[in-house]
Write a protein that binds this ligand. Structure first.
Ligand SMILES: [Mg+2]
Length: 92
């Protein structure tokens, strides 16, 4: 599945489930999801258990894709463009 198709599917689901919020609230939610990655790592939660780090990373990516769709950003292009910048640098 292409990233644009995936972003559309994620955002459509957010709208249908009533999960779509305003931009500042979505950014705050994204921040809390990032913290859940840290918690999963700290608690050493294993694969398959609720709160596993893989699922928490997925939550962050899903929410970031939903946000980019909400803002009508072509995230595939932005990632490709940013990777070109990053590849030319010694650090992010
Ligand atoms: Mg989460």
């Amino acid at each position: 599945m292409e990233i644009k198709e995936l972003s559309n599917k994620i955002f459509k689901n957010a709208i249908e489930k009533g999960l779509c919020r305003d931009i500042p609230e979505t950014v705050a939610w994204l921040h809390s999801e990032v913290s859940e990655i840290y918690e999963a790592f700290k608690k050493k939660i294993k694969a398959g258990e609720p709160g596993w780090i893989g699922q928490e990373i997925a939550d962050v990516v899903i929410l970031a894709l939903s946000l980019s769709e909400q803002l009508r950003i072509d995230i595939g292009k932005e990632i490709a463009d940013k990777m070109e910048i990053n590849l030319s640098r010694d650090q992010y």
